[in-house]
Design a protein around this ligand. Structure first.
Ligand SMILES: Nc1ncnc2c1ncn2[C@@H]1O[C@H](COP(=O)(O)OP(=O)(O)O)[C@@H](O)[C@H]1O
Ligand SMILES: [Mg+2]
Length: 265
């Protein structure tokens, strides 16, 4: 099966001699080339899910496949690109050298990249900054560099963990449209964690709404807004209807003490 598939995935962590469930029976699917968004309260296991897809650790139960292969194989074949909230660039390397790094790690085993590091630097809008150090870039530019680095080995899947969480709102929207443009060109399957409902709806084909303790999916929503998505998409009544649906799913899981009336301020 192409794309990403999680079937009945659970994960527990040991704590004080007990197994504490972080994720319980999570099943989700993305077709190749689709964009998925994970949204839910802090601690509901979103980062844990991404790390299992990236084979940082294994599920306690269930099965994960990336284009039919287990995460261990996908990782060995460098089919996974990961972007974190902080850009995690090497400060002593230039933009181009940071983007090139995964190819150097791959060495001779590396596939011929679909795009050269130079092309990717241009694709993410950093032309002219090839030889700049990360400290000479704004936060948004550093994240673009991290995205280029994540794409340089032509991965089958791009995982993004709150990639724009540290940016101001205007910059975040700019980065959203940049990422949409980059992805339209690379057609990489993507799974992004976000705290922003608008960001999830703007970017995704499919949104997975999580609840906590234990982390689980409480709603899966397909976003059928046309592509390319533009600034005008934010004013589309269908956009706002889906934002409303996601908000409702998130608020419905609040304890009674925080019911809708109590939130009426
Ligand atoms: N390496 C780990 N060891 C032990 N517990 C962990 C580890 N990683 C995450 N957890 C626990 O798993 C739960 C989910 O965490 P996380 O995936 O970071 O949530 P989110 O990203 O949704 O905020 C939390 O209760 C957290 O304390
Ligand atoms: Mg997290």
């Amino acid at each position: 099966m192409s794309g990403l598939s999680l079937q009945h995935v659970s994960k527990s962590f040991p704590l004080a001699g007990q197994a504490v469930p972080a994720l319980a029976d999570v099943s989700l699917a993305l077709e190749a080339g689709q964009f998925g968004a994970l949204i839910g309260p802090s601690g509901c296991g979103k980062s844990t899910l991404l790390r299992m897809v990236a084979d940082v650790f294994s599920p306690s139960a269930g099965q994960i496949t990336i284009d039919g292969a287990p995460p261990q194989q996908a990782r060995r074949e460098h089919q996974i690109g990961f972007v974190f909230q902080e850009a995690t660039l090497l400060p002593w390397r230039s933009v181009l050298e940071n983007v090139r790094l995964p190819l150097e790690v791959l060495g001779k085993a590396g596939r011929h990249p679909a795009r050269s590091p130079e092309e990717l630097v241009r694709l993410v809008g950093l032309a002219g900054y090839e030889h700049a150090r990360p400290s000479q870039l704004s936060g948004g530019m550093q994240q673009r560099c991290a995205i280029a680095r994540a794409l340089v080995a032509s991965p089958k899947i791009l995982l993004l963990d709150e990639p724009f969480g540290a940016l101001d709102e205007v910059m975040r929207y700019r980065m959203n449209f940049e990422l949409l443009r980059i992805r339209a060109e690379t057609r990489t399957t993507a799974l992004m964690v976000t705290h922003s409902i608008e960001e999830a709806v703007l970017m995704a084909d499919r949104i997975f709404v999580f609840a906590a303790r234990p982390g689980r999916i409480i709603e899966t929503l397909d976003v059928d807004l046309p592509r390319p998505r533009r600034l005008a998409t934010l004013h589309d009544p269908r956009f706002n209807a889906i934002v409303d649906q996601v908000r409702r799913a998130l608020f419905d899981q609040l304890p009674q003490a925080l019911d809708h009336e109590a939130l009426d301020v």
